[in-house]
Design a protein around this ligand. Structure first.
Ligand SMILES: *Cc1c(COP(=O)(O)O)cnc(C)c1O
Length: 374
């Protein structure tokens, strides 16, 4: 029986050949392929200014710096995400202020944000969880009323859209990830989409050593910039991936529709919000009914492995990690994040899967759950 991982990148032969050509070209660092990828992403995002970089984590960190956020400032962010989201807030010297998430959408509960705002709050950093956009009308209305910046962690949401407009084609600063597990890849890499051309100038300095050149070619260093530029080899992968992205996401949606069909006959699991055709379905993660089962999540995952099926966990609640407990967070602070953290399982989902693979996953999950019912 072949092993089905929970995710897998899809690389076509033409892209692989394209990468070989870049490797033979003698130009490996930032060059024409980075330019081409930034242009293609800008076109995809309705003409916004787009900059690539070596990771979305770096992108979020530099975005905070571009906004001038640092010591003494607070940034509101969901209590359930990948560790990168709150970590970058700490890395610039600011304080992450967690807000609980909605159990079904897994997105930050915007109804709870207002109560978390203080005079020190400078920004909201929401996550479009699994590619389901947060309510963008409510988010930007809130940000406008309280004069807050928005840095969208759209690591899961390349190709997602809100009311027909792509995530990243509007809004403040939007960050995408092109890690191999994400909906498109540059191996490692990410991109930021900007609304403000002046801020892009700041970003360009921070991306590459703070270096600028005047008309005569004299070099100056005006800020202590970092080193986040993408290689041309990585960018060439992205150039090949972007035209395939909408097809990848359509396939993900088909597979997920199948998952919903199967799981609707097993009401024990709590399914994520379905969203609409603007959902990129970066992953499909039901919550296990652990209270009703004679089984731990680890036992469920081990049993799935026995069937040759990979399962992921996205994600444990952030505030229960030792770093954030050390900063004063404790059990009970964010009940939905905690429940998701305990019960969530990410089932296999990637564009080269077939409907029979979904059936195999569902049959195994159902068998394990039925056998374990108290
Ligand atoms: C993957 C991910 C990131 C970080 O992306 P990298 O490109 O790996 O740095 C940030 N936030 C979320 C929600 C992610 O899933």
């Amino acid at each position: 029986m072949n092993y089905l991982p929970f995710t897998k990148p899809t690389l076509d032969e033409a892209t692989i050949q394209g990468v070989v050509e870049v490797l033979r070209s003698g130009w490996l660092a930032t060059g024409p392929n980075v330019q081409a990828l930034e242009k293609a992403l800008s076109d995809y995002l309705g003409g916004r200014i787009v900059r690539t970089l070596t990771s979305a984590t770096g992108g979020l960190e530099v975005a905070l710096q571009v906004c001038g956020i640092g010591p003494g400032d607070e940034v509101i962010t969901p209590a359930m995400s990948f560790a990168a989201t709150p970590n970058v807030i700490l890395r610039v010297g600011a304080k992450p202020v967690f807000v609980d998430v909605n159990l079904a959408s897994r997105n930050i509960d915007l109804n709870l944000v207002e109560a978390a705002i203080t005079p020190r709050t400078k920004a909201i950093m929401p996550v479009h969880f699994a590619g389901l956009p947060v309510d963008m009308d409510a988010l930007y209305d809130l940000a406008k009323r309280h004069n807050l910046r928005v840095i969208e962690d759209a690591a899961h949401a390349i190709g997602s859209s809100w009311k027909g407009k792509r995530i990243g084609s509007f809004g403040d600063i939007v960050s995408f990830s092109f890690h191999p597990n994400k909906n498109m890849t540059t191996i490692e890499g990410g991109a930021l989409s900007f609304a403000d051309a002046e801020e892009v100038k700041k970003f360009d300095l921070l991306r590459f050593h703070g270096i600028s050149r005047d008309a005569e070619g004299n070099m100056d260093v005006s800020v202590a910039g970092g080193k986040y530029n993408l290689s041309d080899v990585a960018a060439r992968v992205g150039v090949g991936q972007l035209p395939l992205l909408d097809g990848f996401n359509a396939k993900r949606r088909d597979l997920v529709a199948h998952y919903f069909q199967h799981f609707s006959t097993d009401p024990a699991c709590l399914l994520p919000s379905r969203g609409d055709e603007g959902h990129s379905w970066h992953m499909f993660a039901p919550l296990l009914p652990l209270d009703q089962l004679n089984l731990s999540r680890k036992q469920f995952i081990d049993a799935m492995h026995q069937h040759g099926l990979g399962v992921g966990i996205h994600y444990p609640a952030l505030h229960l990690f030792s770093l954030y407990r050390g900063l004063g967070c404790k059990e009970g602070d964010f009940p939905n994040a905690e429940r998701i953290g305990r019960e969530t399982v990410t089932l296999p989902l990637f564009p080269t899967m077939e409907l029979v693979d979904v059936e195999r996953v569902c049959a195994a999950a159902k068998e394990i759950i039925e056998t374990a019912k108290k």
